[in-house]
Structures are given as structure tokens and as C-alpha cells.
Ligand binder design. Structure first.
Ligand SMILES: [Fe+2]
Length: 246
């Protein structure tokens, strides 16, 4: 099984289409989506329409849940840019996605198996940056998972982690949001990958174990940056055109 893994699209349909083109060019037909599909200042309804038509195995992200939950305390800035443009059908599609999904030999979640808003492989470290977690911090969330391949997103940080015994955890990074300001953590902190490319991963069995290629696909972000500027989200426009957050 060769699988393309996409996550954290955040309404960036230009990045999504670039990734879908790149996947098609490699003749890969199986794609999974790890959630956080729509929230952000880009084109949420077009992204929803594309994803609904593709009918990919999809788990829900924290920002997906916050969109259909609709309680004021759940509705953050990222949701406020998207919610008014989404139809009931779009929200129903988001609500349909489970927290976790098992697909053959792969276990899918957004954050961790138990929480859609928990950083699994990385944590906030010194200098207000995400740093890789120690093995002892990663292992507990893998307890009880029978599958050899574990896929997670949420941190927008591409990573491959091999656990003792051979289980492999892959975070493909973010398709549509290469840098952001995390306002939920106090004090707020910036996460940035330093390149504007759309990230995803290809996973397949090689030599008896799971191997992953972390892909960075260049694309033209300017149409999405224009939409972000129209929503006064200038820092997002800069993030997707540079990979850095001002
Ligand atoms: Fe996200």
C-alpha cells in the first residue's frame, strides 16, 4: 500500500491542488486527510467542495470541530474567517469525520489518539519554538495502537519517528499553513517552517517496514494571499508567501 498523507489544509485550495497534482504525477491513488481542512482566511468553501468530491478517509481536526461546534468559546479567529462562507452541507461533512480511523495497517488521528488538539511529536521549548519531544513523552499515546503505521498532524511540522519495536509515526506537515501564531498558548508563540511550500507525505512499506517521504511542493500562493489580505489577515498572507510569520 502506497499512501499519500495530507493534513492541515486550512482552506488553502491552491496548496491543496498543487499537492493533488503532485500526488497524481506520482500515480498514487490512495490519499488520507488528517483534518484541520477549512479554518483560515483563504477559500474554505472551495476547499470543502473539493474534499467532499474526493471522499477521502478523513479524521477531524480541532479546528474542524470548532467550526461545527459553533459555541462562541470554541469559535476562534481562524474559524471566524471561514464560518460565514460554509454551508450546512460543509459543516455536516466536517461533523461526520471521526476522531480516529483505522485503514488497513494504518492508524489515523489529528493530534493524538485521545485529543484532536494535543501536540504528539513536538512541544513548546525554549526560545518559544516547537522542539521534538523525548521518546518517553511520545510512547504513552501509542499504547494500545495495534497498527504499525501511525499518522498524525496538528503541529504543521513534518516528522518521522520510529518507536522501539518498529512502529512508525509520521506527521506530514501542513498543506496550506507553513507558519502561524499560536494564540492558545500563553504567552503566544510563533511556529514557522521557513519555506512556503505545501507539505505532505508519501508512505509505503519498504524492506519490511514503513518508510515515509516528506514532500515539499512549491506552488503559487498569491491568489490565496490576496484573499487573506482582503480579510485583514496580512500575517497569513506573508506566512504562505514566505514560510515565515512576521
Ligand atoms: Fe492545523
Amino acid at each position: 500500500m502506497t499512501l499519500a498523507v495530507i493534513s492541515d489544509i486550512h482552506g488553502n485550495i491552491s496548496a491543496l491542488d498543487a499537492v493533488l497534482d503532485d500526488i497524481a504525477r506520482r500515480d498514487i491513488s490512495r490519499i488520507v486527510n488528517l483534518g484541520d481542512s477549512l479554518s483560515g482566511p483563504f477559500d474554505a468553501p472551495a476547499t470543502a467542495d473539493r474534499l467532499i468530491a474526493l471522499d477521502l478517509p478523513t479524521v477531524r481536526g480541532n479546528h474542524d470541530r470548532q467550526l461545527y461546534d459553533r459555541r462562541p468559546d470554541q469559535m476562534g479567529l481562524w474559524e471566524s474567517w471561514a464560518i460565514d462562507d460554509l454551508s450546512q452541507a460543509h459543516l455536516a461533512w466536517l461533523k461526520d469525520a471521526p476522531l480516529n480511523l483505522v485503514l488497513d495497517d494504518a492508524f489515523l488521528c489529528h493530534g493524538t489518539p485521545g485529543k484532536d488538539d494535543e501536540n504528539w511529536l513536538d512541544k513548546r521549548g525554549p526560545m518559544d519554538r516547537l522542539v521534538p519531544r523525548d521518546l518517553a513523552e511520545i510512547l504513552p499515546n501509542a499504547q494500545g495502537i495495534a497498527q504499525d503505521l501511525i499518522l498524525c498532524g496538528h503541529t504543521h511540522t513534518p516528522r518521522i519517528v520510529r518507536l522501539p519495536g518498529g512502529k512508525t509515526i509520521v506527521n506530514p506537515g501542513s498543506v496550506g499553513c507553513p507558519a502561524y501564531l499560536d494564540t492558545r498558548m500563553k504567552p503566544e508563540f510563533v511556529h514557522q517552517t521557513g519555506a512556503p511550500d505545501a507539505r505532505y507525505a508519501i508512505v509505503e512499506r519498504r524492506g519490511g517496514q514503513w518508510a515515509a517521504d516528506l514532500i515539499a511542493a512549491p506552488y503559487d500562493p498569491e491568489p490565496m494571499a490576496k484573499l487573506a489580505r482582503q480579510k485583514n489577515a496580512d500575517s497569513w498572507a506573508q506566512a504562505i508567501t514566505t514560510g515565515w510569520f512576521a
